[in-house]
Design a binder for this molecule. Structure first.
Ligand code: 5GP
Ligand code: ZN
Length: 110
């Protein structure tokens, strides 16, 4: 369906940091901070407009659980969660995902 679906299915290699039945966390291929991870739901949906309520609950729980991964992933000093939606935001992969940026002091976001 898309590059992230191929990664989830193991057709495209990735550096996987976490996996459960509903999510994977991988390194972004092109780091925009010292640490740059992607939280990717295994369900393919392009935008929040397509997200079901159940998928919204799953993502909310995943973000809550992520707070326990900070030490393992080198994010003890804080991190930024970021989601691009649509063309104006520069969304390049149409499979909702959360960017996690950290490992250094980040510039102020626009
Ligand atoms: P977006 O621009 O849609 O918010 O984010 C897509 C992200 O996916 C980009 O930061 C890009 O570097 C990353 N990306 C695109 N293709 C691949 C890939 O094949 N492997 C990994 N690990 N990341 C990818
Ligand atoms: Zn997909």
């Amino acid at each position: 369906m898309c590059i992230f679906c191929d990664i989830i299915e193991g057709k495209v290699p990735s550096t996987k940091r976490y996996e459960d039945d509903k999510f994977i966390i991988i390194d972004d291929i092109s780091h925009r901070a010292k640490k740059h991870y992607l939280i990717i739901p295994k369900a393919h949906y392009s935008t929040f407009a397509e997200q079901t309520e159940e998928q919204a609950i799953d993502l909310g729980l995943m973000l809550n659980r992520f707070s326990r991964f900070d030490k393992i992933l080198g994010l003890e000093e804080g991190y930024r969660m970021m989601i691009n939606q649509g063309e104006n935001a520069g969304q390049s992969v149409e499979h909702v995902h959360v960017h996690i940026l950290g490992g250094e002091k980040l510039p102020v976001a626009p």
